[in-house]
Design a protein around this ligand. Structure first.
Ligand code: IPE
Ligand code: IPE
Ligand code: MG
Length: 234
């Protein structure tokens, strides 16, 4: 079985999963977070080189403030825990998104996790926090315009490579497989540029129930896809 080099996952369905059990949505987030830990290890052991997960979108601030607080507290704890395990198992952590809107202590944890794991290269693990693809493109293009004004860009032609180098994902290859759990079939502002040629896999299983078996199903479907870029086979 061919293992995708880069898997991107929209972690969805925590709230509905908890509700179906008669529990508060926050319980779904706690279990979803534990599942992310486990799945990271499994994905790394499979030999996947890049994993990008969507954990909090630029639109998620519109949720009920108590739920946003629960999520922020979970990120606090998660970043610490994740940094410790990443150091041990050779994972490099990178957060994509506009972290300037997060509480200062969370920003500090992010910088620390990135710094402590920057020499690791077994699994490159990107966590999208306060991430929105449109926001990422606008932030990147604002910087690109500044560089153009300062005369730092070649005149006349902006190439795809130059554009991509201003995105939060600069240097990271595009995803091969994008998985969204819990039945919704939309991108919700996730990696709009980067997913141009990615294979999509939508599954009804909510994130807290998405384990190794479900991942293997996704990879099997991916293996059956006839990947094309234009008309050329990969
Ligand atoms: C995913 O689960 C976690 C985040 C978006 C932060 P949801 O909270 O979206 O759960 P549902 O989709 O409402 O069930
Ligand atoms: C997308 O899930 C964002 C994350 C998983 C972080 P949402 O549950 O917020 O997306 P919509 O609102 O259903 O599109
Ligand atoms: Mg959702």
């Amino acid at each position: 079985m061919k293992i995708p080099n880069h898997i991107a996952i929209i972690l969805d369905g925590n709230g509905r999963w908890a509700k179906a059990k008669g529990m508060p949505r926050s319980y779904g987030h706690v279990v979803g977070c534990d599942n992310l830990d486990k799945m990271c290890t499994i994905i790394s052991e499979m030999g996947v080189k890049y994993l990008t997960v969507y954990a909090f979108s630029t639109e998620n601030w519109k949720r009920n403030q108590a739920e946003v607080q629960v999520l922020m507290n979970l990120f606090r704890r998660y970043l610490k825990r994740c940094e410790r395990s990443a150091r041990k198992n050779g994972t490099r952590i990178k957060v994509i998104g506009d972290i300037s809107a997060l509480d200062p202590d969370i920003q500090e944890r992010i910088r620390w996790a990135e710094e402590m794991t920057k020499d690791n290269d077994r699994l490159h693990f990107q966590i999208a926090l306060n991430y929105g693809s449109r926001d990422e493109i606008l932030r990147g293009m604002t910087r690109m315009a500044e560089d153009a004004r300062a005369g730092l860009l070649p005149e006349g032609k902006i190439t795809e490579d130059i554009f991509a180098s201003y995105l939060d994902t600069a240097g990271i290859p595009d995803p091969d497989l994008m998985i969204r759990t819990s039945g919704e079939m939309r991108l919700s502002n996730f990696l709009l540029w980067q997913l141009a040629y990615t294979e999509f896999y939508f599954v009804d299983v909510p994130w807290p129930d998405f384990h190794k078996e479900q991942l293997l199903d996704a990879i099997e479907v991916y293996n059956g896809r006839d990947r094309r870029f234009g008309n050329a086979k990969s």
